[in-house]
Design a protein around this ligand. Structure first.
Ligand code: RET
Length: 238
């Protein structure tokens, strides 16, 4: 059984703690909120960090790590990341879509493309056939990500522009965070141990994903939930 190194385990425990602290902070921020539509934002955001803290716990303790043999080499793969992202990335999109006042079709399209992105990324991470095959899955997953980001910029921005200036300002911050942070995931993947390029060690990759995950979840949650006016406007207008 492969286990995380001490350094990796330490980083992953720090990740677990930060995600758990974020969860507690978001629960505290939403405590006493009576408006059901505003509660939606708190509930979604609390689940995002709660799921991530469990995933980080599974990685820190070694359960979330497996060995994948590829062409005579053995890659150490943290599969638990994908279980986390499968649920949390749709929830992040749901948060920003509700803020923008998106219609059901837009939300369904975004979530569908996003789930396809994570599942094809998982296929690439677990593929044993060849390094090339893994890279092809990476390409498919990246294509789905580009489609998600495209929808975010085209369709959602148009819908958010019809809302109040407070909503528009928060939307634009969150959209920038998603555009920048999400785009870095495929870069870390391809530079890291998932591909056979191996420019990053598994420890460096673990640090990079931890920084991205904490910013894209806890940072994102704070920006959203502290924008009280935007939440108010998003919950009152139709
Ligand atoms: C993978 C596989 C390789 C190709 C692409 C990927 C994209 C991952 C993304 C993950 C976002 C995660 C977030 C987590 C929050 O904590 C799966 C690495 C495109 C965009 C926002």
């Amino acid at each position: 059984m492969v286990q995380p190194t001490d350094t990796q385990s330490l980083i992953l425990w720090v990740g677990t703690a930060l995600m758990a602290l974020g969860t507690v902070a978001f629960i505290a921020m939403g405590w006493g909120e009576k408006n059901e539509r505003k509660q939606e934002f708190y509930i979604i955001t609390i689940f995002i960090t709660a799921i991530a803290s469990v995933s980080y716990f599974s990685m820190a303790t070694g359960y979330g790590l497996i060995e994948v043999p590829v062409g005579g080499e053995t890659l150490d793969i943290y599969w638990a990341r994908y279980a986390d992202w499968l649920f949390t990335t749709p929830l992040l999109l749901l948060d920003i879509a509700l803020l923008a006042g998106a219609d059901r079709n837009t939300i369904a399209t975004l979530v569908g493309l996003d789930v396809a992105m994570i599942l094809t990324g998982l296929a690439g991470a677990l593929a044993r056939s060849s390094a090339l095959n893994r890279m092809l899955w990476w390409g498919i997953s990246t294509a789905f990500m580009i489609a998600v980001l495209f929808f975010l910029v085209r369709t959602l921005s148009g819908q958010a522009a019809r809302k109040s200036s407070a909503v528009a300002a928060t939307f634009s911050k969150l959209r920038t965070m998603i555009l920048v942070l999400w785009s870095l995931y495929p870069v870390v993947w391809v530079l890291g141990t998932e591909s056979t390029i191996g420019a990053l060690t598994l420890t460096q990759e673990t640090i990079a994903f931890a920084i991205l995950d904490v910013t894209a979840k806890v940072g994102f949650g704070f920006v959203l939930l502290r924008s009280r006016d935007a939440l108010e406007d998003a919950s009152t207008s139709a």
